[in-house]
Design a protein around this ligand. Structure first.
Ligand code: ATP
Ligand code: MG
Length: 656
């Protein structure tokens, strides 16, 4: 076998570089010295990061790694996440500072909550949970729209030491039921509904159905009235938030919990199969998220207005909307609805209105805006923006440059942040005041993080080659196990190579040693003995001026083992792309990265199957490319998308 069959082919080349703006570099929270300091003494580095929080009892040990892969951080210490996120800012005289500028989807429906407001609401909600009999250690499921009560509910659970599991509001009753069952939740917090795409969208009926499916498991359902729509009501189980929470005392003396006390269980987005219940605990998680939020986004809590568009139903909403930013005393925007309600400039209008300075979103959203056209953001004043972030998938170089130009005024650095539900915190990212960013690369592991790209024998690959992304040392916000399944935890992440955490992603190191994420190892294609990454071919397609989004899969092929099949969404300005679009795109890929990557087939489609967090579900496209029955679609954002794509099958494809 050739070398190329063993490692991921490294095909795409990128010459562009963007140094940090001088003023940002001069005043950056974290500078170059941090790398050396962290590598000299990693645990001392994290210990210093821990000093940014308020603890009760101090720790005996920074890290207990005596029983790998089960890590314990800040052993013996006590801490309360809710107090760190809320009360301490009020105690420090910052009670009047806005914590959330909340923006409802219906225009004009807004609410500002200061840290003092948040403290009162969190205490009331905590007292309400106590009245419902929730005790430390009990699990609470949260199935909510993007409203302040969602963050309040999470912080109330954290305060009490009752681990929460937030289930994305777009998931079905079945998905909710299986999560409630898996973590044995006693209480579900929900709302009548929320606003999406200009209309109220119900949530309570799915909770009712999930409760039915799970027998007597759920004792109470606490319901926020958001839309005022009609709901079925079970008097023995259902309680209105405004009736129970509003009459509670706004004071609650918080208990300190052990550093390793469970904070929450979060199910992964399920891109690759059955979702896993990732367990995060308190002390290390809060250190990892609050420190990296301050570091990577260069947060200046006094002046910045930060907006992370992620839904709270996935990990980014936990680490970089609730726990990290609030622990840092940030002022943020929280938006309920979709980016196109009531018009396609809604996000930019919000940035203009609140003077957002730091903006964090996903490549899928950026590509959607590219599809809609440059003229839309151009109608708004986005000059407040000083830093942009990206998470969830690799950002294609073309999308990066578009984001920088059209949202960042060709000034704002972009932090492409690689991490996972499992890692809890950002692991690989540029430092905005240090790194000379390259479009498409997540660059280097953050200080204190030991990431490497290795070959089949766990040896680091040389610069210029591809392989598997692994983590070599424990980090504070790492998952502790899979809920109730230590064995699956070991098998899934720690079994491939002794002592290494395998993330499941392919990556390459370029000539400078900078890291590029190449997509899931499971999605890698083997074409005539070359292992090709999905990401590089997708990025080549997106670099064509007519293409907005692309997904690539390998389908069985008699000649080559596997053949590249591409699904593309065109930009609106490109119309139907013209008669030769398929040939044009095939040639474009061959020209950009080489004939080996030339797709056998290109299908122009109106939509792509995505999870609720916006990730493309390639395994479903593979089913189509191989003419199979389409597999499990339960974690899809919109299950009708697959019918749309199937109806196009055989349409605009081509075989040579
Ligand atoms: P499941 O594990 O159930 O299949 P998932 O992996 O999609 O779901 P998440 O934990 O939300 O669930 O996503 C983490 C994955 O997202 C990473 O493993 C990686 O594949 C991808 N990812 C996240 N950020 C980036 C990034 N900046 N660049 C490239 N890929 C990224
Ligand atoms: Mg994953």
């Amino acid at each position: 076998m050739s070398d190329q069959s063993e490692t991921l082919s490294n095909l795409l080349h990128e010459e562009r570089r963007f140094p940090p703006p001088a003023d940002l570099a001069a005043d950056a929270n974290v500078t170059e010295e941090a790398y050396a300091r962290a590598s000299a003494d990693r645990l001392a580095f994290w210990e210093q990061a821990a000093e940014r929080l308020d603890w009760g009892q101090r720790w005996d040990q920074v890290l207990d790694w005596s029983n790998p892969p089960f890590a314990k951080w800040f052993t013996g210490a006590t801490i309360n996440a809710s107090v760190n996120c809320v009360d301490r800012h009020v105690a420090a005289g910052r009670g009047d500072k806005v914590a959330f500028h909340w923006v409802g989807e219906p225009e004009g429906d807004t609410r500002d909550l200061t840290y003092a407001d948040l403290q009162a609401e969190v205490c009331k909600a905590t007292n309400a949970l106590i009245e419902l009999g929730v005790q430390k250690g009990d699990r609470v499921a949260i199935y909510m729209p993007m409203i302040p009560e969602t963050a309040i509910a999470m912080l109330a659970c954290a305060r009490l030491g009752a681990p929460h599991t937030v289930v994305f509001g777009g998931f079905s009753a079945d998905a909710l039921a299986s999560r409630v069952e898996d973590c044995d939740a006693k209480v579900v917090i929900t709302s009548d509904g929320g606003y999406r795409r200009g209309a109220p969208s119900a949530l309570k009926p799915a909770v009712d159905e999930a409760c039915e499916k799970t027998g007597d498991l759920v004792r109470n359902v606490l319901v926020v009235r958001r839309t005022g729509q009609d709901v079925a009501w079970d008097d023995s189980r259902d309680v209105w938030w405004h009736e129970l929470v509003d009459r509670q005392s706004p004071e609650h003396e918080a208990e300190l919990h052990d550093s390793e006390h469970p904070l929450y269980v979060m199910y992964t987005s399920g891109t690759t199969g059955k979702p896993k219940g990732i367990l995060h605990t308190t002390g290390g998680y809060l250190v990892g998220t609050s420190f990296t939020h301050w570091e990577v986004f260069d947060l200046k809590p006094e002046t910045d207005v930060y907006w992370c568009t992620a839904d709270v139903g996935w990990v980014t909403g936990h680490s970089y909307m609730v726990y990290g930013p609030l622990a840092n005393g940030a002022t943020q925007v929280m938006y309920e609805g979709t980016p196109d309600s009531p018009h396609k400039g809604r996000w930019w209008e919000i940035i203009q209105q609140y003077g957002v300075t730091i903006f964090y979103t996903a490549p899928t959203a950026i590509r959607t805006f590219m599809k809609w056209g440059d003229d839309i953001p151009a109608q708004f004043d986005l000059s407040s923006i000083r830093l942009l972030g990206s998470v969830g998938e690799s950002i294609n170089p073309e999308a990066y440059v578009w984001y920088r130009q059209h949202i960042g005024a060709d000034q704002a650095p972009i932090v492409d942040t690689w991490w996972q539900t499992e890692t809890g915190q950002i692991m690989i990212s540029p430092l905005p005041g240090v790194t000379h960013g390259k479009p498409g690369s997540a660059m280097t592991p953050l200080p204190g993080i030991a990431a490497e790209v290795v070959d089949d024998n766990a040896q680091p690959v040389p610069n210029g080659s591809g392989g598997y992304l692994v983590l070599k040392e424990p980090w504070p916000a790492m998952l502790r196990t899979l809920w109730g399944d230590d064995q699956r935890f070991k098998d899934t992440y720690w079994s491939r190579w002794e002592g290494l955490y395998f993330a499941g992603d392919g990556a390459k190191k370029d000539e400078d040693g900078d890291i590029w994420l190449l997509g899931r190892v499971d999605d890698v294609m083997n074409v005539s003995g070359h292992r090709l990454s999905t990401t590089e071919i997708e990025s080549a397609l997106v670099s064509h001026p007519k293409v907005a989004e692309a997904a690539v899969v390998g389908a069985a092929d008699e000649m080559t083992g596997q053949a590249v099949c591409a699904f593309v969404i065109l930009r609106e300005a490109a119309g139907d792309g013209g008669d030769d679009i398929v040939q044009e795109l095939r040639n474009h890929v061959a020209h950009e990265i080489g004939p080996i990557a030339k797709p056998r087939q290109v299908m122009v489609v109106p939509e792509l199957p995505k999870t609720r967090s916006g990730k493309i579900m390639r395994r479903l496209l593979k089913d189509i490319a191989e003419h199979r029955e389409v597999g499990d679609v339960t974690t899809l954002a919109d299950s009708t998308v697959m019918d749309l794509i199937k109806s196009k099958e055989g349409g605009s494809s081509s075989d040579e």
